[in-house]
Design a protein around this ligand. Structure first.
Ligand code: MIC
Ligand code: SF4
Length: 663
């Protein structure tokens, strides 16, 4: 058996492990971050669950770090109190990016992790089975419910040889993206194996697992071996290590071979992480901004590499170099090693340990500028500017460009060198606040930005509405509901954030949706790729969007649509995409019946054109029930079945009927 199947088997609580079947997995750990966390904990509170039911749940503050007004700080106070009350560890602002800190301080080989952030698979670097999900699904997991996915295909990615010539872990995953594209991982787990794995250290594996998200993979996983043990021992957590690997000769549903020996540095060009070309093709491209950091490439080794290349040099006059260490541990380590002084002396602008420029929270490039980033995403508008050109590459390639003012081969600066993980990391968990011993005494602070949650009523028998927007392939959630410094603080205020739906694509969308009382959206392939933000479904729901008709959907976004009562419809015949235009009036009279009866298709009448097209309902029984109820929050409730006299209530989350509608 391969490793992914072994771990799925161990955690399976519902369903059969047949490819495409819905399966429920027991969740050992959860993580949230502040941008998705406020809503997730509001939903958790609405379920009425007395305390988290997981082995471990951690709440991080790493995204909304700018405090241009009181909103973010208010939300942080809410998150801290809610964590204390419900049994969640709280990683304070300043402690670092959720995925980096979780890898360092909490990851456990063989356990499952569900996080309200699409890059949660980072912990696949130590052999965790880790999934990114919408906040509501994480709230359900905290309440003790299984996490549901479609049984994926397991792709064996065989690594041979070792990295050379400044090729790095980033180039491994860019090579995967070059081959399979941003939707090639859909319905698949990327499992790395083979002799090349042992040459990679855990932070390098984490970089690779992290960016599997950009291929749309369900998750990515590495074995847990001697290097994993060394990493965990260096984190003084050796006791959680256990060996994990595929059985010798294990079978995979698909296969890919990467020869690390021949890998060259690669770059993803604007505006997609799969627009990958060899560095050699872009040599001489002038660069205005360089940014090193993000949950992908902000480890100790990454920043030591940058410092090594910058030593004794100064950042080129045309370049602004931004550096954000991934965690407080990394920050302290580079400070004590002297690398921080090297970076400062070279003219790097050192940011706090947080997401920062990655989703446009500061560090927005100048108009028309070229920004070279060690990050994982370069979707249109993602960096906060609609006309910047964002390229993605390894920290070494970034550092070399920062010095040269243009894309160069790092070998022109220095001989290739790979930094090893230290024998001992600096361990200081004082910024991680454990849950309160006296939860009943905790009064939760709720700032004025925290508004009541909104749910939709049960699904109408007939869906009717105008196509408010027709979009193309690979629409990202950054396009549906942008991140950015001025929008992110509104995550706990649905009416306010809904004003930004499709704001960078069509500024008239919101007004039109409101005037029509909602409507539908049509898109082509891989709709909703990228982030896990459920607000990209929640806010359209608030505006009355009833259905999205697309050629295909990205996994997490499709689940989010269902969870908020928006019906995801798939063109049964792809060419019908051409038969629907913006402004057409669509009607689906049989939708309730089709969902309830288990029908796999439904007719969509185009009233404007007088035509009928067929849409597929690619939904399991649970998703159908959720849609009929008008969303997931309508269909679950905490049932306290505690035994009299028991100190710790043992309860469970159960399905309720009829669905309730609440505000
Ligand atoms: C992202 O990288 O897009 C984010 C911001 O981390 C999102 C989460 C969010 O929108 O809050 C993600 O990756 O899920
Ligand atoms: Fe933060 Fe960027 Fe990672 Fe998202 S991808 S968690 S915004 S660093």
């Amino acid at each position: 058996m391969n490793l992914a199947r072994k771990l799925i088997t161990e955690h399976l609580v519902e369903g059969r492990m047949e490819i495409g079947e819905e399966i429920g997995l027991r969740v050992d750990q959860t993580l949230t971050q502040d941008a998705t966390g406020t809503m997730a904990y509001l939903q958790f509170e609405a379920m009425g669950v007395p305390r988290v039911q997981t082995k471990l749940s951690v709440s991080y503050v790493d995204h909304n770090m700018l405090q241009a007004d009181s909103k973010n700080a208010d939300d942080h106070a809410y998150l801290q109190d809610v964590a204390a009350k419900y049994g969640v560890y709280f990683s304070r602002p300043g402690n670092g990016i959720c995925h980096q800190v979780h890898l360092e301080r909490f990851s456990v080989p063989g356990e499952t992790l569900v996080g309200s952030d699409s890059h949660t698979p980072t912990c696949g670097g130590v052999g965790m089975l880790a999934f990114g999900a919408g906040g509501l699904e994480v709230a359900c997991a905290m309440a003790g419910l299984p996490y549901y996915i479609r049984m994926p295909k397991i792709v064996g990615v065989e690594l041979r040889g070792r990295l050379r010539r400044w090729a790095s872990a980033k180039d491994v995953i860019l090579e995967v993206l070059r081959r399979i594209g941003v939707s090639g991982g859909r319905g698949r787990i990327l499992e790395y194996y083979g002799p090349g794995v042992a040459t990679l250290e855990v932070p390098e594996r984490a970089t690779i697992a992290n960016m599997g998200a950009e291929a749309g993979a369900t998750t990515s996983i590495f074995p847990s071996d001697a290097r994993t043990r060394a990493f965990l021992e260096a984190q003084r957590r050796g006791e959680v290590w256990k060996p994990l690997a595929a059985d010798p000769g294990a079978e995979y549903d698909e296969h890919m071979l990467i020869d690390l020996d021949t890998l060259e540095p690669l770059i993803a060009k604007p505006h997609s992480p799969d627009a990958v070309v060899p560095l050699a093709e872009l040599l001489g491209t002038p660069v205005d901004q360089v940014a090193v950091g993000s949950c992908t490439n902000s480890s100790y080794q990454d920043l030591m590499t940058v410092a090594h290349l910058l030593e004794g040099r100064v950042v080129h006059p045309r370049v602004s170099l931004l550096v954000s260490p991934g965690s407080r541990q990394v920050y302290e380590m580079i400070a004590r090693s002297g690398a921080l002084a090297t970076l400062v002396a070279a003219g790097a602008r050192i940011l706090e340990s947080a997401c920062g420029p990655c989703p446009g929270i500061g560090g927005v490039p100048a108009s028309g500028a070229v920004s070279l980033r060690s990050f994982n995403r370069n979707f249109p508008g993602r960096c906060g500017s609609m006309d910047a050109f964002v390229y993605l590459a390894s920290p070494a390639v970034c550092a070399a460009a920062a010095v040269a003012g243009e894309i160069v081969d790092p070998r022109t600066l220095k001989e290739a060198k790979r930094f090893r993980a230290p024998q001992r990391f600096i361990i200081d968990d004082r910024l991680i606040v454990p849950p309160a011993p006296n939860p009943e005494a905790i009064e939760i602070r709720r700032g004025p930005n925290i508004k009541p949650i909104v749910t939709r009523g049960p699904l109408d028998a007939t869906l009717r509405g105008e196509v408010l927007l027709k979009l193309g392939d690979n629409v990202s959630t950054d396009q549906i509901l942008p991140a950015m410094a001025h929008i992110l603080p509104l995550r706990s205020n649905l009416p306010a954030i809904a004003e930004y739906v499709f704001s960078t694509t069509d500024p008239t969308f919101v007004a039109r949706a409101k005037a029509q009382g909602g409507g539908m959206v049509v898109a082509a392939k891989n709709y909703g790729q990228g982030s896990s933000r459920e607000h990209a479904a929640l806010a359209p729901m608030y505006l009355g969007i009833k259905a999205v008709l697309a050629i295909s959907f990205a996994r997490i976004h499709m689940a989010n649509l269902v969870n908020f009562g928006i019906v995801p419809l798939i063109f049964a015949d792809e060419t019908d995409y051409l038969q629907v235009e913006q402004g057409d009036l669509l009607e689906i009279p049989g939708i309730r019946e089709a969902l309830a009866s288990g029908s796999e298709t439904v007719d969509v009448f185009n009233r404007t054109r007088g035509t009928t097209i067929r849409a597929r309902l690619d939904l399991g029984a649970r998703a159908r029930r959720t849609l009929l109820a008008g969303g997931l929050l309508n269909s679950v409730r905490w049932a306290d079945n505690s035994q009299g006299g028991s100190q710790v209530p043992t309860g469970q989350l159960v399905a309720v009927a009829p669905p309730r509608t609440e505000t």
